[in-house]
Design a protein around this ligand. Sequence first.
Ligand code: ADE
Length: 221
Amino acid sequence: MRIDIVSLVPEILHSPFSNSIIKRAINKGLIDIYVHDLRKYGLGKRKKVDDYPYGGGSGMVIRIEPVYQCFSKLLSERNYDEKIFMTPDGKLFSQKYARTLTGKKNIIILCGRYKGIDQRIRDYLISREISIGNYILSGGELAAAVVIESVVRLLPGVIQNKDSILTDSFQKESLIAPPIYTRPVVYKGWSVPEILLSGHHKKIKDWFYQKSMQIKRKLDS
Ligand code: ADE
C-alpha cells in the first residue's frame, strides 16, 4: 500500500511516521508513505498557495493551482484508488472505513489549512472527504495521521499477536476493550481481579465479555 500525503506543514507528520508500529510497517516494506510539501507547487517566486475568498470574509483559502499541479504529478506516475480530503465536514471516520482502506493500493490524502480550500478542488479532484470527529483542528495533518495509524495497524503482518484474547470478535465488533492488568498482582493494596489469575480460560473469556458489555451499557446510557 502506498499513501501520498499533500500538506502545507509536512513537518507535523514526521514524528507520527518515524515511531513504533508505522515505522516498523515502513521498514518491513508493508507500506510506503510519502509526504509532499504543497508549497513546492506554489505560484510565482514567493510560492503563493493561498488567496482571499471571493465574496469576502476573513481568512485565506488554498488556491486550486498548487493542488492541481501536485495531484497531476502524482496521477501521471500511478493510478490512485482514492483521493481523500481531510475536513471536519467530511464523513465521520470509522473502524469499518479503516478496514475498507486496507484494500486500496494507492491513496492520496490532502490536508487543508487556513479557512479552507477552493471548492473546485473538492468538486473535481477529491473522491472522498473524511472527518475524524466533530471538532475543528488547525489543519488536516493530525487527522491524516489518525487515519493512517488506524489503517496501517490492520495491514497483514503489521501486528503479530493476532490471536490475542483482546481481539476476539466481540471486541472487534463493538470496539470496546475490557479492562486489562499486568504485574504486580497487588500495588498499594489495589488488586488484580482474582478471576484473571485463575488460569480458567473459559471463565476469563466470559469475564472479559461481561466487562465489555458493562462498559458498552454505560456508554450507551
Ligand atoms: N481538519 C480540521 N479538522 C478536522 C477534523 N475534525 N477531521 C478531519 N480533518 C480536519
